[in-house]
Design a protein around this ligand. Structure first.
Ligand SMILES: *Cc1c(COP(=O)(O)O)cnc(C)c1O
Length: 421
């Protein structure tokens, strides 16, 4: 059982809302730093260990700087994400470029920055070679197909669009050798939001056995094994967070057996986790706008799925707290909704909550990953601000809310004047 705690009191939150109107996402620096330190420490047995924060989870330069300060690199998969990394001064092997269906200009940018290139498909070897040129170090993404059970968000590996098959890896690394590439890495990511620490040991076993086979057959050394992201978080109060120390131990057991045990050179272990790093340390703060009683009871918020799309997209559970009413005896079942003209604009369906009234503050938990970043502008909804609760209790705005001017910025109203219809 995880108690769903918030890093502020109701009074502190009211003060924040006086300055920054709802809705907004707010991140907890202390929570992020504490978890980051624990992650790095759990893998201290592996020399060169690095976690590359999957920046799509919460692409904000303040968060990136905090994580870089904790020794993290960054995992990018688009030109915008590469430029974000560049803007805060990240370079070289601080950046992992794990993309798919990639255009040449993105590879070009990644190579200019000296990023580690993680190829998603065998056809991209030639594509990269012809369009940009191959770098000295290349990594491939492995898709183990039916060897590995997937889970709901990422699907079954054999149905997933990502990665090379096993035989393509043997062929692909040989192609790299023939083209003069000297340094090699390997990657896999087969789960998303996985809570079983042993699952990662299983993934490591598949990857380390494969490294042993590839190393022997092709007579090459691997510099790193990137175990991807996918570390889950306890969205529900009855779920338990992944025991990082246990996860690390099960990976170490496989490492000792298949890497050290096969006489291979030491390999650096990398992760590219996003969700676990910031997910639990962010929340969406909103207010009740209307209570509606028809065939069901609805609590309409001033936020919508434009601020948090996961419940509508995957049916995800996000815990909801009502600060100040936690101990209220009267509980009522609501659908907690936003204002989009889409009936799936619901943060929760049939959720039992304290009795709500307009003006109540509602906190939606665990939005620090794939929350603000999945936002969109349908119905002209504007993306909210992002705030950061510093370790000293100070609150800073790390992204302003969008304005209607932002929304209209790509439209041309001047031309319309002379436009005949
Ligand atoms: C999304 C993603 C990650 C991070 O996954 P989490 O589930 O957030 O840890 C890592 N690598 C790649 C390639 C991804 O697409």
């Amino acid at each position: 059982m995880t108690e769903k705690k918030l890093p502020f009191t109701k009074e502190a939150l009211e003060k924040i809302i006086e300055k920054y109107p709802t809705p907004f996402h707010i991140y907890d620096e202390k929570g992020i730093r504490t978890y980051a330190k624990r992650f790095v420490k759990a893998f201290s047995w592996n020399k060169g260990f690095k976690e590359y924060y999957a920046i799509k989870a919460a692409p904000n330069p303040y968060l990136m700087k905090i994580l870089r300060n904790e020794g993290f690199g960054i995992d990018c998969s688009s030109i915008a994400e590469l430029e974000l990394a560049e803007k805060i001064g990240m370079r070289g092997d601080e950046i992992m470029f794990t993309s798919n269906d990639t255009p040449a200009y993105e590879y070009k940018k990644a190579i200019e920055l000296g990023a580690i290139i993680n190829l998603d498909d065998i056809a991209h070897i030639q594509y990269l070679d012809e369009n940009v040129g191959l770098p000295e170090l290349v990594c491939f993404r492995y898709n183990p197909g039916s060897l590995k059970e997937g889970n709901a968000i990422i699907g079954h590996p054999e149905e997933a669009k990502y990665g090379f098959t096993r035989s393509q890896l043997f062929e692909g690394y040989q192609m790299l050798i023939d083209k003069g590439v000297k340094r090699f890495g390997i990657h896999t990511m087969v789960a998303s939001n996985e809570l079983d620490p042993n699952y990662f040991g299983g993934t490591a076993q598949i990857l380390f056995e494969l490294i042993a086979d590839l190393s022997k057959k092709l007579n090459i050394n691997f510099e790193f094994a990137n175990l991807g992201g996918g570390i889950g978080i306890p969205y529900k109060p009855d779920q338990v967070e992944v025991d990082l120390e246990k996860m690390s131990q099960s990976i170490k057991d496989c490492y000792d057996k298949y890497i050290t045990g096969n006489g291979l050179k030491p390999i650096k272990i990398y992760f590219e986790s996003g969700r676990a790093i910031t997910g639990p340390f962010g929340c969406l703060v909103s207010k009740v706008l209307h209570i509606k009683n028809t065939y069901k009871k609805y609590a309409g918020l001033d936020a919508s799925m434009a601020n948090l799309m996961r419940p509508a997209l995957y049916g995800s559970y996000h815990h909801i707290s009502v600060p100040g009413k936690e101990d209220s005896a009267t509980k009522i079942m609501y659908d907690v909704t936003g204002s989009l003209c889409e009936n799936n604009d619901k943060f929760a369906i049939n959720r039992v909550l304290p009795k709500l009234a307009p003006g109540d503050i509602v906190v939606i938990h665990d939005t620090g990953a794939h929350g603000h970043s999945m936002g969109f502008n349908y119905n002209g909804k504007l993306r909210s601000a992002e705030l950061l609760l510093r370790e000293n209790g100070e609150v800073v705005q790390i992204r302003r809310a969008e304005t209607l001017e932002d929304y209209f910025a790509t439209l041309d109203f001047n031309g319309v004047a002379g436009f005949e219809v």
